[in-house]
Design a protein around this ligand. Sequence first.
Ligand code: TXA
Ligand code: MG
Length: 350
Amino acid sequence: MDTKIKIISGNNIDEDVIKEAGAVIKAGGLVAFPTETVYGLGANALSDEAVKKIFKAKGRPQDNPLIVHIADMEDVYKFATDITHISKSLMNKFWPGPLTIILKKSKIIPYTTSAGLDTVGIRMPKSIIARKLIKAAKVPIAAPSANLSGKPSPTDVERCIEDLKGKIEYIIGEDICEVGLESTIVDCTVNPPCVLRPGGITLEMLKEVDSSIYIDKAILKGELSNVKPKAPGMKYRHYAPKAEMKIISGNFDKTIDKINDMVHNEIIVGKKVGIIATEESKDKYEQGLVISIGSRKNINQIGRNLFETLRIFDDEKVDIIFSESFEEIGFGIAIMNRLKKAAGYNIINI
Ligand code: TXA
Ligand code: MG
């Protein structure tokens, strides 16, 4: 299949491109598009046939439900039922933005979209291009992250092209995604509501709306525990680089020494080694391919660069990656969640 690729700017949107891409969605085709979190791979959420194409293009497991993206807050009443007071408050406070709310699905959402569940995840993205595309399509857009299943989510258009060129009708590109990690998911079908995936809207921010909101234990403890994550997608080895990965956690100076030792031991046996470092530490590593994912003083920058860093290590074909760790508060919870998943929960506490 020929994939049409158009780079447009959020500041000066080419309306013809939006119109054309919207028509592709309406007609049952697939369009990769930017959002403020990561790129999405969109299809008409109300069409069984169209949604099936997403699963095929990504190689996505059939039991993993898709998030439905809307452009008008009122549309939530068309696609969901039993909308609670807390979910309304969350929408009012955080939409448009990186928050997905799980609600009971209405009948018009096909079971292909919800992967057989009676619930549906709905999100109103902040990205103007995303919202314009939804409006142009005149249907809600079901969109997982626009990566091939198992790879880290794409945060720039080049990575979408790499994964999906030849497999879908259209790719729209923009500048880098502002958040860089997928949306926070809150299950509002349970009381109190439960965070199934941490993201840009932090637990602290959610608790300002309702202090009873909490994080699913499986997220904090990890898959090694017996607690099963409630978002089907969280159980897969996601965000994963091809290389083995280890996270070193503990005192900052000791971490650097420990990583230097471990890197040395790998290099002498002929391994190619990657290091996820920060601006504060990058000059302290003696060997290996060192990538700074940003400054510890700017946690948002670290989130924005995380997936791209994992992809660079794939490109460089490193055998093993050592990563520093980050404090699990605020956005740091989402960053550590993605890092731990990428490392298959291989964490060395020092
Ligand atoms: O930021 C985002 O949410 C991006 C952009 C494109 O909007 N999308 C995204 O979609 O990350 P995806 O498919 O990669 O991740 C969706 C996650 C999966 O873990 C899935 O299992 C969970 O949401 N999910 C979707 N619907 C659900 C439901 N009804 N109940 C529980 N989990 C659900
Ligand atoms: Mg994904």
